[in-house]
Design a protein around this ligand. Structure first.
Ligand code: NAD
Length: 270
């Protein structure tokens, strides 16, 4: 159901790879709420072609950009402002990739060239994006940016591997830019820490199903779905959350503050 919460707002949505992607659901919800936006993903991800279906549905143009390239990102911001006809009101950064996980490297034996790339794609890219926007004065006052993160930034989930370090950096960049961009232009910078979600990136984590079911049984409300994550993003992009910035916002059905649940304890009762 639409409430026109984003009517008149212009945005950029990163990371819709296929219909399971969290960014895909966010794009659909933003469209329903009256926003106009551009879609972007890595040039290599375009080859899958699925994003064209989303673009058609949301009446959005696609601008390929590798988040590790200054040139691509500058082009993305310039073209988005040109297409949308002015400054940007909201941005979703829904991008993550771990080379060490992909190559099956254990946390105790990381390859640092892979790790540099992982940090660049998954965390430094948020800094790069905000730096380019800041220098071009591309985001409107009270504009809102959100990046997606995971609780492995605060607690150890062994198979999440180097992505935990990437998410810690992402959340730190959020506080840093949130302060500077807030002071200078009243732009808001936050992360949403989402429950395990069945997507291409999520399923790349070893033992994902066990991970998913464990979190579900530990969360009083159960795992948050990507559809409800999309609702939360809409709230964060809207004027209803104007004074929220520099935060890591848990969107996890209560997982982050639960010590233990009855279902989990029962598994250990002999
Ligand atoms: N799925 C989960 O369980 C879960 C939980 C918490 C947070 N997150 C985070 O949500 C975000 C979105 O992931 P998802 O689960 O929707 O999976 P996804 O695989 O659908 O999305 C990841 C996206 O990152 C893009 N990407 C990778 N390298 C890129 C590059 N160099 N340039 C531009 N884009 C690039 C991919 O093409 C893809 O679209 C990620 O930051 C992820 O860590 C996911």
């Amino acid at each position: 159901m639409s409430h026109n919460l984003l009517k008149g707002k212009k945005g950029i949505i990163f990371g819709a790879l296929d219909s399971n992607s969290i960014a895909w659901k966010v794009a659909e919800r933003c469209h329903e709420e009256g926003a106009v936006f551009t879609l972007t993903n890595a040039p290599i991800a375009m080859r899958m072609g699925a994003i064209n279906t989303l673009a058609e549905k949301c009446n959005a143009q696609i601008i390929p950009a590798d988040v590790t390239s200054d040139t691509d990102m500058e082009n993305l911001i310039d073209k988005s402002m040109e297409i949308l006809g002015g400054k940007i009101d909201f941005i979703l950064h829904s991008v993550g990739m771990s080379l060490n996980i992909r190559k099956g490297k254990h946390y105790t034996d990381l390859d640092y060239e892979f790790m540099k790339k992982t940090l660049d794609i998954s965390a430094i890219s948020y800094h790069r994006l905000l730096k380019i926007c800041y220098q071009k004065d591309a985001i409107s006052e009270w504009g809102s940016t959100v990046a997606l993160t995971y609780i492995a930034a605060q607690r150890v989930f062994p198979d999440y591997n180097e992505m935990a370090d990437a998410k810690s950096l992402l959340e730190s960049i959020t506080r840093g830019w949130g302060f500077h961009y807030g002071k200078a232009k009243k732009v808001r910078v936050n992360t949403i820490s989402q429950s395990p979600t069945k997507t291409t990136a999520g399923s790349g984590v070893k033992g994902f199903d066990g991970f998913f079911n464990y979190a579900d049984s530990m969360s009083p409300l159960g795992n948050a779905t990507s559809d409800s994550c999309a609702d939360y993003c809409v709230l964060m992009f809207s004027d209803l959350s104007k004074m929220v910035t520099m935060q890591n916002l848990f969107h996890d059905g209560g997982f982050s503050f639960t010590g233990v649940s009855q279902e989990t304890v029962e598994k250990f009762n002999s």
